[in-house]
Design a protein around this ligand. Structure first.
Ligand SMILES: O=C(O)c1ccccc1NCC(=O)[C@H](O)[C@H](O)COP(=O)(O)O
Length: 256
C-alpha cells in the first residue's frame, strides 16, 4: 500500500527532524488561507498546486521552475497555492515553499504527509499559511491533536477525507473548518469526481469544502460549482499546461 510506504518514510524524516534545532521569528496568521478561499472572485475558488511529479504519473512537469509557476498562478487569479514539499515521492522541497513565500503574496498550503508536531513548526518557518492533515494517515484522536497544534501555531488546516467512514470518524472527534474531499484513492491512484458528490450530503453545515484531485475540464468545474463546493485543488491539469493563464481560464469555462 503506497500510503503506508509514504508514512513509513515520513517517520524516518521526522526522527531526523527531531534531532535538529528549529528557530524562527515567523508567525502564521490564523484564517489567512480560509479567508482567501471565501473571498475569491471565482467559484469554486482555485487552490493551484505546484507539483513536479507524483507516484502515479512520474514527472509531470519537466521544465519545473517553482517560483515562476507560482507567479503565473498568481497572475492567473488563483486564490491560494498548494506546494508539494515531499521529496522522495513527489520530488518536492521545503525550499520551494520558502522561495515561493518570498516571491508571491498568495496564501500557501504545505502539501505533505504531516504526522508530527515538529513538521507543523517547520511548516510555519518555511512560510506555510495552512497544512494538510490526511484522515487515512492516523486515528482521528491523533488528527485532532495535530489539528489543535496547527491552529495554535496560526495555521489553517485542510482535513482530507476520502470515504464516509473517515468523514464520520473525524467529525465525531472534532469540527474542522475546512474539509477536503480527495477524489483520488491514495492506494490505487484512481480518481473519480463522484467521490465529492457522494460525500457532500454528509458534510456538516458551515464547513468550507474543497474538492481535490482529478479535476481536468470546465465541465468538472461547472459540476462542482453547481454542487456548492467552495474550492477546488488542481495540480496535474495546470502543471501539464504550457500556458497557465489560459489553462485556468478554460477550467472556469472562459474562452481564450
Ligand atoms: O498525485 C498523486 O499521484 C498522489 C498519490 C498518492 C498520494 C497523494 C497523491 N497526490 C497528492 C495530492 O493531493 C494531489 O497532488 C492534489 O490533490 C492534486 O491532484 P491532481 O490535480 O490530480 O494533480
Amino acid at each position: 500500500m503506497l500510503l503506508t510506504e509514504i508514512l513509513n518514510s515520513k517517520q524516518l524524516e521526522v526522527q531526523k527532524l527531531k534531532k535538529t534545532e528549529i528557530n524562527s521569528e515567523r508567525k502564521a496568521v490564523s484564517g489567512t488561507f480560509i479567508e482567501a478561499l471565501q473571498n475569491h472572485r471565482e467559484s469554486p475558488a482555485l487552490i493551484a498546486e505546484v507539483k513536479k511529479a507524483s507516484p502515479s504519473k512520474g514527472i509531470i512537469r519537466h521544465d519545473f521552475q517553482p517560483v515562476k509557476i507560482a507567479k503565473e498562478y498568481e497572475e492567473a487569479g488563483a486564490a491560494c497555492l498548494s506546494v508539494l514539499t515531499d521529496g522522495p515521492f513527489f520530488q518536492g522541497s521545503l525550499h520551494y515553499l520558502e522561495e515561493i513565500r518570498k516571491n508571491t503574496s498568495l496564501p500557501l498550503l504545505r502539501k505533505d504527509f504531516i504526522i508530527d508536531e515538529r513538521q507543523i513548526e517547520e511548516s510555519v518557518i518555511y512560510g506555510a499559511d495552512a497544512i494538510l492533515l490526511i484522515a487515512a494517515a492516523m486515528p482521528a484522536e491523533r488528527l485532532r491533536l495535530l489539528y489543535e497544534h496547527a491552529e495554535s501555531s496560526g495555521l489553517d488546516v485542510l482535513v482530507e477525507v476520502h470515504s464516509l467512514e473517515e468523514l464520520k470518524s473525524v467529525t465525531a472527534e472534532f469540527s474542522p473548518s475546512l474539509i477536503g474531499i480527495n477524489n483520488r484513492d491514495l492506494n490505487t491512484f484512481h480518481t473519480d469526481l463522484a467521490t465529492t458528490f457522494s460525500l457532500l450530503p454528509h458534510m456538516p453545515e458551515g464547513v468550507l469544502i474543497v474538492s481535490e484531485s482529478g479535476i481536468v475540464s470546465s465541465d468538472d468545474v461547472s459540476r462542482l460549482k453547481a454542487s456548492g463546493v467552495g474550492a477546488m485543488l488542481v495540480g496535474e491539469t495546470l502543471m501539464r499546461s504550457e500556458n497557465i493563464n489560459s489553462a485556468v481560464s478554460s477550467l472556469y469555462g472562459y474562452a481564450d
